[in-house]
Design a protein around this ligand. Structure first.
Ligand SMILES: NC(=O)c1ccc[n+]([C@@H]2O[C@H](COP(=O)([O-])OP(=O)(O)OC[C@H]3O[C@@H](n4cnc5c(N)ncnc54)[C@H](O)[C@@H]3O)[C@@H](O)[C@H]2O)c1
Length: 251
């Protein structure tokens, strides 16, 4: 899949699924824009992207700060003059039951990070995506489709991502812009430690056991799916959501 000549933004590019996706896009010839709040890991991933020949644009931004989000599209256009692909991937987990004392605090943080920031960046990017007849891929989750205990807000945020994907796909269809989502199952990344949950082998064994195929997804598999949806091979696909979960939804 060649992305030569395309300009792609990936949020949450410093780790996990975002890092795998931006590296794959760089490998396939895209000019890449890495966005994350984690400056240290952002630089490491940027160096790996640069090994494919093009100097990436690196933007340290907190997706929950509107002023910082506003710099992303502007800096991309200033540097590359166009935008073809937007991968809205930054997100956080969080296991906070409805009875938790701090439920509303965590609700605001998770909804802002996983849904509001995606809506904001898509709103800012849309005029440029229309110019290139580009496309958007959002990272949702299988938790948009079934519930797990403690994941109230996370699940709501991802159900919102699925519906946002369909709504904005319809809004932008007349302009030739496609919008899709991927819905990963348990994927071995830093998501657990990044939201303060246990990240040891025992914890991942527990999640593995909650799949039909009794294994975890690799971030590179989700990156492959994202690249397919972002490519011309998926030119007839819009408003769709794709599960990759080792069959967790089956059990
Ligand atoms: N790992 C899984 O099992 C799994 C399953 C389903 C969906 N997802 C989704 O995949 C996406 C990527 O997660 P991951 O598993 O790669 O996790 P990760 O923690 O490894 O990576 C997430 C990245 O997003 C960045 N980020 C978080 N909040 C941010 C903010 N406010 N501003 C800028 N950057 C921010 C983090 O710094 C991190 O680099 C998320 O949307 C997550 O909800 C993950």
């Amino acid at each position: 899949m060649s992305f030569t000549g395309k300009v792609a933004i990936v949020t949450g590019a410093a780790s996990g699924i975002g890092a795998a996706t931006i590296k794959a896009l760089a490998r396939e010839g895209a000019k890449v824009v890495l966005v994350d709040k984690d400056e240290e890991n952002l630089k490491k991933v940027a160096t790996q992207c640069e090994q494919h020949g093009k100097k990436p644009l690196v933007i340290r931004a907190d997706m929950n700060k509107d002023e910082e989000v506003k710099t992303i599209v502007k800096a991309t256009i200033d540097r590359f003059g166009q935008l073809d692909i937007l991968i809205n991937n930054a997100g956080i987990g969080g296991e906070v039951p409805i009875l938790d004392q701090n439920f509303m605090e965590s609700y605001d943080l998770i909804m802002d990070t996983n849904l509001r920031s995606m809506v904001h960046l898509t709103h800012l990017a849309a005029p440029y995506l229309i110019k290139t007849k580009g496309n958007v891929v959002n990272t949702s989750s299988m938790t948009s489709l079934r519930v797990f205990e403690g994941l109230v807000t996370y699940s709501i945020s991802k159900a919102g991502v699925d519906h946002f994907t369909r709504c904005v796909a319809l809004d932008l269809a007349a302009h030739g812009v496609r919008v899709n989502a991927v819905n990963p199952g348990f994927t071995k990344t830093n998501i657990m430690q990044n939201c303060g949950l246990p990240n040891d082998d025992k914890a991942w064994e527990y999640w593995k056991d909650r799949t039909a195929l009794k294994k975890l997804v690799e971030p590179e598999e989700i990156a492959d799916l994202i690249l397919f949806l972002a490519s011309d091979k998926a030119r007839s696909i819009t408003g769709s959501t794709y599960v990759c979960d080792n069959g967790s939804l089956l059990i």
